[in-house]
Ligand binder design. Structure first.
Ligand code: TZP
Ligand code: MG
Length: 204
């Protein structure tokens, strides 16, 4: 139902100006979804950045997803929330955000993948496919084989995340995953627009 093909996750280390540049370019280059990921700033800063992205994305058809915080998503009327395993339980988040918003959940191993199948979520983020310097606390890497098996068993759409770039995206696309989520391959590209265009072409 939603298009997860090229899912941009923002880099919290980029300032507002860099963030705006990346989002404008990435949308022009064809990203299909944007997640605002803030791990260290205070909630006011989070909300401010969310409001900026909300207005940048309005009218583009690209949904804005908020990482971790249901309250921030509701406060700015974002299109959805992405939860980790230690965030608010999915059932409660769904009750708060309603049926019309997008709800995603990260799964880090097979047990979590199986348990998530009966949850009221729209998609699962398979974290992490490869080890990545962007998130150093991931415990397990699914690899291409793990992803391919997960795609076969999951009833829910899977979005692959972690260490994905132009060099390995084809192997990911071949597994039948619904999409890929990336930070550095787009946020740190000299031209986020050109990077998004070529990543999208490789995904298709
Ligand atoms: N969750 C699992 S890996 C990751 C997140 C947020 C970071 C992905 O970043 P990159 O730079 O695309 O490897
Ligand atoms: Mg999280």
């Amino acid at each position: 139902m939603y298009n997860y093909q090229l899912y941009l996750v923002t880099d919290e280390n980029q300032d507002l100006e860099q963030l705006e540049f990346v989002i404008r370019e990435a949308v022009a280059g064809g990203v299909t979804m944007v997640q605002l990921r803030e791990k260290h700033g205070d909630v006011r800063e989070f909300i401010k950045r969310a409001q900026v992205l909300k207005s940048l994305l309005s009218g583009t058809g690209v949904p804005l997803i908020i990482n971790d915080r249901v309250d921030v998503a509701l406060a700015v009327d974002a299109d959805g929330v992405h939860l980790g395993q230690s965030d608010m339980p999915a059932e409660l988040a769904r009750r708060l955000i309603g049926d019309d918003k997008i709800l995603g959940l990260s799964v880090e191993n097979e047990l979590q993948l199986e348990a998530a199948q009966s949850l009221p979520v729209d998609y699962l983020g398979l974290s992490a496919i490869f080890p990545t310097p962007t998130k150093t606390d991931t415990v397990h890497a699914w690899g291409i084989d793990g992803l391919a098996k997960a795609v076969v068993t999951s009833q829910l759409p899977l979005v692959a995340i972690g260490g994905i770039n132009e060099g390995n995206i084809k192997a990911i696309a071949d597994t039948g995953a619904a999409g890929i989520a990336l930070v550095s391959a787009i946020c740190h590209a000299e031209s986020p627009k050109a990077a998004s265009e070529s990543l999208l072409a490789l995904m298709r």
